[in-house]
Design a protein around this ligand. Sequence first.
Ligand code: ARG
Length: 461
Amino acid sequence: MSNRMWGGRYESGPAEIMEEINASIDFDRKLAPQDIRGSLAHAAMLGKTGILPQSDVEAITQGLRTVLGEIEAGKMAWSRSLEDIHMHVESRLRELIGPAAGRLHTARSRNDQVATDMRLWMRDTIDAVDGQIADLMLAFAEAARAHAGLVMPGFTHLQSAQPVTFGHHLLAYVEMLSRDRGRFADARRRLNECPLGAAALAGTSFPIDRHMTAEALGFDRPTANSLDSVSDRDFVLEALAAAAITAVHLSRFAEEIVLWTTPQFNFIALSDAFTTGSSIMPQKRNPDAAELVRGKTGRVAGALQGLLMVLKGLPLAYGKDMQEDKEGAFDAMQTLSLCLAATAGMVRDMKPNADAMRKAAGAGYATATDLADWLVRALGLPFRDAHHVTGRLVGLASARGIGLEELSLAEMQGVEPRITDEVFEVLGTEASVRSRRSYGGTAPDNVRAQAEGWLARLRGS
Ligand code: ARG
């Protein structure tokens, strides 16, 4: 009760609701390891600078280690009356070591303490997520190498556009995920400054050594402005933005899984491990994991939006509003981690249906661009004219309900007399993808080489 600001005036209802709205311990207990790491570094610095006698520092250090052990063993008694993780640790430390515990908070405030804890937590979390993204990239790259030459339809507007290979399609996600890693790495680089020692907002009159604590905690340097140190959570925003973009990438792939596993597409199959049945319709194999990856994107993007709104319009420096950075960030990063693991599972589980993909690749006049390109190359037509001639040939075939390759040479020559039977060589989907050798194109050799390159880089990293 000693931490209560309101004394006896709020014994009944309002005091309880004040406690309920004020307490963060239900969620910020997650920060216990980071909080204690920060306190250990702070205590060591207070000893080194002579601000605290070494005997106190030793007692504090031993005590903090005990508190951490108790928390990890599930032995900590959590109580909303102690508000947050910082007060819990200090209060338990006092029970263990007595009055020396009260000296730990010298030259420090909960404001710089919580800012430090969050940076440490986000840094740890980014490192874990980065490893998961790398693993997902590996799963995609392995599948891409295995299916470098498997032809499937490439879509624009979800209409058949041009044939591509399945490997090429999968490597598109490897590129996206690689940029996601880059965004997390950027966020990590910028957040890696230590706010500890900014104290409440103005710095401190004690002769602290902020470089020492920054270094002990693995930060590149101390933050330069004490007000900024305690009042911004842009590092959380940046990580959430990176998380939201990653989640959107996962969601797009999840949507493709949902489409591709329908009987109508039938491009891939997921095993029993990643589908569920229906309680009424015995034939169903629902891609629930993919749907949930798609659906959970909302929470991740929502956390970013939510924190933007929390911070907007906050005057400097610390305001209790900032306590609202935590639940969204914790949930978003945990959700992203779950979605990354589920997606890697699905990528490793999925089996392409090569026949259905190949068949679909030829449907919808997907090699019409190859025909137009041939007219340019073989007959010297300007591309716009070639486009027009091809359009007429597609119209002809479509009116008869047949493929371009099923038109006779005579029928083609009826539209453009100079066409020769060499044209039939470019109308097949295999020939089409083989011809797309431009850098970054879908030719199977390109795809194989790129998949190999990714595998070597990912395995080396
Ligand atoms: N639980 C608080 C938070 O998460 C810790 C900082 C409290 N500071 C204060 N001046 N009341 O933001």
